[in-house]
Design a protein. Structure first.
Length: 218
């Protein structure tokens, strides 16, 4: 059983990561900024007030846990605001963990698929016809990864989804990759949000991708 501090527990990904972690008996502290009303009541769930953008909140939440998980996003109505938010969140997480020194747990964050390589040698964000909002968000996630790759004193992991991720079925099955899209036999790169959460919690338990990015798909 692990002790996990989770930022973004009420979102599409965070709520599923929370449910998956609780179903396995892990103890989760959901760090929320504002109304925690959407969180389920559970014996293994504690709710704490805090902000992912405040390194002091990060350091407080990270004390005594095995992993800090971040599933925060900046919304999809303003691409530039989203990009800035995810970058600021990553920097705050790193700074907060640095304040704990050798006692800092590892952390794993939800990434984006935009910087992954496609079979034709390009990036997902180079796909023709993508809306500007989408490409701006993708590049913001890519810049976040680029920042994390400069961090050597914190045990980070950045977990990028498949090109298509949406709510669906939990099958418990998935395949992993590193910098290339994971593409199924049908030629599509996809994963349900539920199976993404399965792989996310598996990574919390197994710590197989320290200081690196990895991805998932069927």
């Amino acid at each position: 059983m692990a002790k996990i501090a989770l930022f973004g527990a009420t979102g599409t990904f965070g709520s599923r990561i929370l449910a998956e972690a609780l179903s396995r008996g892990h103890e989760v502290t959901a760090v929320v900024h504002g109304d925690p009303g959407r969180l389920p009541a559970h014996d293994n769930l504690t709710v704490a007030e805090g902000s992912v953008l405040d390194p002091n909140s990060v350091a407080t939440a990270a004390k005594g846990v095995d992993a800090v998980a971040s599933a925060v996003g900046g919304g999809y109505t303003d691409g530039a605001a989203h990009a800035k938010f995810v970058q600021d969140a990553a920097k705050s997480l790193v700074e907060g963990l640095r304040r704990l020194g050798d006692q800092a747990p590892r952390f794993i964050s939800v990434g984006g698929a935009g910087s992954l390589n496609t079979p034709d040698g390009k990036k997902v964000w180079d796909t023709p016809g993508l809306p500007e909002l989408v490409t701006t968000v993708m590049h913001g996630q890519g810049d976040t990864l680029a920042y994390l790759e400069t961090v050597t004193d914190v045990r980070w992991t950045h977990f990028c989804p498949a090109a298509l991720i949406e709510p669906g079925e939990r099958t418990g099955s998935y395949r992993l990759g590193l910098d290339d899209l994971v593409i199924g036999e049908d030629g599509r790169s996809r994963i349900s949000a539920e199976d993404y959460a399965v792989a996310f919690v598996d990574e919390i338990e197994n710590a197989e991708h320290l200081k690196m990015r990895f991805t998932v798909g069927y």
